[in-house]
Design a protein around this ligand. Structure first.
Ligand code: UD1
Length: 337
């Protein structure tokens, strides 16, 4: 019988792509989403891609009784937990909302796992836990540095909560530390749906190219990098989604080496903001309106992953290029009204 996997935040950007890959890999999927940062249409879009409609429950994971009632209803063999607030700037103005949502719901899920003897938990973490790492590329051995944002802190504390819980209780977990996820599904039926003015680079680029924004601001060209602009590791969201299936399978097969493990999920290649702009222009044969402005507060100089451990332990590697990601991001943008 197919294993039934709960995906929280399964209608979000990374969540929706992961639901597709889970279904492609033969899992049954139950999605929980509170629709606070996405739309129910994504469920139909997933169904169009895979031919199977995932089971859907609109639940706010901050309501403990609703979380309990969910687990009374469904038999769950693994959980991939995406549901969280993710806006760095907003997190500084609404710290308590971020702690309540990102950590409260995590604790409730883990309590249900403990009480019902469930297993196999995958957590959405972030390379933000490393801050500005002293050495590049960043390996999993790099120290976790004091978080610069409340959002980042919820990821650090989230990992600690999970680690402590796996020590005390009979379940195992993996945290995936994402670098910068970009792109859209090759069918362009699902992609990133930023609400309001995008904060992240790629949606800002595509909205500028589409004429929705007058120009892109490049935040700083005085960094200590080859062209002076900041460097990140941009990973195609489909490759990132597949890392979740690999991590889940590792836990299901009991191939994990520790009860709590964490892996970097990136491409291993750093690209500067100007390199991304050039790659976007070349991939899509267009010109982008941009100007250099001051640095953005809180930004680091450079971050890209050493993926050796993830490649080996998860038996996973990236397959899609930055060019492919930037093409799909643009095609996705063109489909938005
Ligand atoms: C940001 C968050 C990170 C989070 C991630 C989720 C901050 C400081 N970090 O990462 O914690 O996990 O999003 O996706 O917000 N840039 C521009 N112009 C723009 C937008 C961005 O030049 O209009 C530059 C940034 O300065 C940065 C790069 O593009 O150098 C990538 O920015 P972004 O997409 O926001 O990601 P991060 O800042 O790396």
């Amino acid at each position: 019988m197919a294993k039934q996997i709960l995906v929280t935040g399964g209608l979000g950007f990374i969540g929706s792509h992961t639901v597709v890959e889970l279904q492609n890999a033969g899992f049954d999927v139950v999605v929980i989403d509170d629709l606070s940062n996405t739309t129910i249409k994504v469920l139909d879009q997933i169904t169009e891609i895979t031919g199977t409609k995932p089971v859907f429950e609109q639940i706010d994971l901050r309501i403990k009784a609703d979380v309990k009632a969910f687990f009374d209803k469904y038999q769950i063999d693994g959980i991939i937990h995406f549901a969280a607030f993710k806006a760095v700037g907003e997190s500084m103005h609404k710290p308590l909302d971020y702690y309540e949502n990102n950590l409260g719901s995590l604790v409730y899920l883990l309590q249900e796992m403990r009480d019902r003897k469930l297993d196999n938990f995958i957590f959405s973490s972030s390379c933000t836990v490393y801050g500005q790492a002293d050495e590049l590329p960043i390996t999993e051995k790099a120290p976790v540095k004091k978080a610069e944002s409340v959002y980042g802190n919820t990821k650090q504390i989230g990992e600690e909560i999970i680690e402590d819980a796996t020590k005390a209780h009979d379940f195992k977990a993996i945290a995936l530390r994402y670098f910068n996820p970009v792109g859209a599904h090759p069918t362009t039926k699902i992609g990133e749906l930023p609400i309001g003015v995008p904060q992240n680079l790629i949606p800002f680029i595509t909205q500028t190219a589409a004429g929705l924004r007058a120009e892109l601001s490049v935040f700083g060209d005085d960094y200590d990098t080859p062209d002076g602009t900041a460097v990140r590791d941009y990973i195609h969201v489909v490759d990132l989604a597949k890392a979740h299936i690999a991590a889940l399978q590792r836990l299901i097969d009991n191939n994990n080496k520790e009860k709590f493990e964490y892996f970097n999920v990136g491409t291993g290649t750093g690209s500067s903001v100007l390199e991304v702009i050039n790659a976007f222009e070349t991939a899509n044969s267009l010109k982008l309106n941009y100007k250099i402005v001051d640095r953005r507060a809180g930004d680091i100089t450079a971050a890209y992953a050493d993926t050796t451990i993830a490649n080996k332990e998860l038996n996973w590697k990236t397959e899609l290029s930055l060019e492919t990601a930037l093409k799909s991001a643009w095609e996705w943008q063109l489909k938005q009204k």
